[in-house]
Ligand binder design. Structure first.
Ligand code: CP
Length: 336
């Protein structure tokens, strides 16, 4: 039997994704227990986490299983990711060997690996997480890679349904925000894909130069259309974009054309600090009360103001909670 990985949501059919979300709803209602007794998840964190780590550990515990966390370069050997590398430098173990060995101990393996410099063309294929899946004989879950954060995408889809009832045709605005660092595009692409999957009308508001990867933009458009939604357009003025929004998903990301050239990118974002969700801006959304989303961690009063994050329409903690429910559903689906 071939194993089943979870690298992107799009690798699964829309019906499979809808079934996962339906299971997550039942789990959240307390209708599902057990199912992972004596199962083990190994999680490889090449980058830090609060929510992903805690929610997966909790998910395994709640269903009778066990989770192990590895942090290469800290509590476990530093990993070499290049094929054919002559390993006479700092890295101690090749991911090919790590993936094969973890597949012998664990029933499922999670991998988090953010991009590490180079140029965009060389990292946009998510090679590290895909190599892990290629070499590991057990299912591999992408816990955030260069291009995708599929577990966040599931949690965001569930949150959209909870907040909007039927999200179809409602307006989802993905709003770029200033941040002191150039962040990956995995979350904004995944968030827009979550809204597309729900058949929403999608607006991407970003300054000139901050386009998502063109393949991701095309995929968002294609899925939105297939699911009965509409890809409205790209705007470079946050005030204009927010008018009539039902949901504002705030996220910072780096310019992919300047990827690997942080000094150049930093010059681009100079003068863009005004790209921040404030209480007056929220007032211009539908009824002055759009649902506000962010994957967290968030830079308060840099990306979103306190008054908005702590206000009645903020869904950011619900999104974080929903990570637990969707991941419980995912683990049950992969391992039962
Ligand atoms: N949203 C999210 O993935 O959070 P962590 O980086 O804390 O895991």
């Amino acid at each position: 039997m071939t194993k089943r990985d979870f690298i992107t949501v799009e690798d699964w059919t829309p019906e499979q994704v809808d079934a996962l979300l339906a299971l997550a709803v039942r789990i959240k209602r307390g209708e599902v227990s057990g199912g992972l007794e004596r199962k083990v998840m190994a999680m490889v964190f090449m980058d830090p986490s609060l929510r992903t780590r805690t929610s997966f550990e909790t998910a395994m515990f709640l269903h009778g299983g066990h989770a192990i966390v590895l942090e290469p370069g800290k509590s476990s050997w530093s990993l070499e990711t290049e094929a054919g590398a002559v390993m006479d430098g700092a890295t101690v173990e090749h991911i090919k060997d790590a993936a094969r060995v973890l597949g012998r101990y664990a029933d499922v393996v999670g991998v988090r690996s953010f991009p590490r410099g180079g140029d965009w063309a060389s990292v946009r294929d998510d090679r590290i997480v895909r190599d892990f899946a290629r070499f590991c004989e057990k299912p591999v879950i992408n816990m955030e890679s260069t291009r995708r954060h599929p577990c966040q995408q599931l949690a965001d889809a569930l949150t959209l349904r909870e907040r909007l009832g039927d999200p179809r045709g409602k307006r989802f605005v993905l709003m770029w925000a200033w941040h002191p660092k150039a962040l990956p595009t995995a979350v904004p692409a995944s968030a827009a894909l979550a809204a597309a999957h729900q058949g929403m009308e999608i607006v991407i508001a970003r300054p000139e130069g901050y386009e998502l990867d063109p393949d991701d933009t095309a995929l968002i458009r294609k899925i939105a259309q297939e699911r009965g939604g509409e890809f409205v357009h790209i705007m470079n003025d946050p005030d204009e974009a927010l008018v009539g929004a039902d949901v504002v998903y705030v996220k910072s990301w780096g310019a992919v054309k300047q990827f690997g050239r942080p000094e150049e990118e930093a010059l681009m974002r100079q003068g863009l600090r005004d790209w921040r969700l404030t209480a007056p801006r929220l007032k211009s959304t539908r009824g002055g009360g759009a649902t506000v989303m962010h994957c967290l961690p968030v830079r308060r009063n840099v990306e979103i103001d306190d008054a908005v994050l702590d206000g009645p329409t903020s869904a950011v903690v619900d999104e974080a909670e929903n990570r637990l429910h969707v991941q419980r559903a995912l683990l049950l689906e992969l391992l039962r």
